[in-house]
Write a protein that binds this ligand. Structure first.
Ligand SMILES: Nc1ncnc2c1ncn2[C@@H]1O[C@H](COP(=O)(O)OP(=O)(O)OP(=O)(O)O)[C@@H](O)[C@H]1O
Ligand SMILES: [Mg+2]
Length: 227
């Protein structure tokens, strides 16, 4: 079998001097190009799992492999997040003083691309989320759905192999939410990136290839979508 894109094995994470167990022996394997929803009650460890999968947090025990590499250090994860992993947050995290295009260029600065290439890559990325015509707008002049699409454009600008999104539709109404999910799935199909998405919305979850359910930091179910 092919090496999974992402593999967590026996991952434990505790907080507050061990009083809170946020990940309690999590095993999770994500294949290239797979779209996986992470669901579960508030406090069940979904965000912790996303942070462990992207190296924003390091496990207390267990291992996280990305593209076949056991990634151990925070520094290595930083490099991977610059080049191979794109992250979309619920609250967008756009920089208010920068235009849509400049926001999308930010990860390309980290990747060391010259200015002209950054600019054209950023514009291409905005085109992919149907926002090419809003490139010079500041976030404050965009709708919530448009801001989230800028955040997605920023996350895909480096052409990552893993796109991670924590409640990407949590701040959006149902129409904008539907549009963002359409877009994420379309990107997965056309770019070849895998998608790991946390959602409270059952309608969003069931559109993914697989739904992984967490309770108290443990995986309690993994259902493949009905064909
Ligand atoms: N940095 C931290 N310090 C202390 N406790 C933390 C920290 N991060 C998470 N926790 C705790 O770990 C548990 C899991 O939190 P996590 O944020 O992963 O849950 P979640 O499933 O994302 O919840 P929600 O749906 O509300 O976003 C919770 O009990 C939370 O309070
Ligand atoms: Mg969370």
């Amino acid at each position: 079998m092919a090496v999974p894109l992402l593999e967590l094995a026996g991952v434990h994470k505790r907080f507050d001097g061990g009083r809170i167990t946020a990940a309690d022996g999590v095993d999770l394997s994500v294949a290239a190009k797979e779209a996986v929803a992470i669901v579960g009650p508030s406090g069940s460890g979904k965000t912790t799992l996303m942070n462990l999968a992207t190296g924003l947090d390091l496990p207390d025990a267990g291992s996280v492999q990305f593209e076949g590499e056991a990634v151990g250090s925070a520094g290595r994860w930083t490099l991977l997040r610059r080049s191979r992993i794109g992250i979309v947050f619920q609250a967008f995290h756009l920089i208010g003083a920068l235009t849509a295009r400049e926001n999308v260029e930010m990860p390309l600065v980290g990747a060391g691309l010259p200015a002209r290439q950054r600019r054209s890559r950023a514009l291409a990325s905005l085109d992919r989320v149907n926002l090419g015509h809003r490139a010079d707008h500041l976030p404050a002049t965009l709708s919530g759905g448009e801001r989230q699409r800028v955040a997605i454009a920023r996350a895909i600008a480096t052409e990552p192999s893993l796109l991670v999104a924590d409640e990407p539709t949590g701040s959006l109404d149902s129409a904008a939410s539907e549009h963002v999910v359409d877009l994420l799935l379309d990107l997965v199909r056309t770019s070849g990136a895998a998608l790991l998405v946390v959602t409270h919305d059952a309608g969003v979850a069931e559109r993914m290839d697989r739904v992984v359910r967490l309770v108290d930091g443990r995986v309690v179910g993994s259902e493949t979508a009905a064909a």
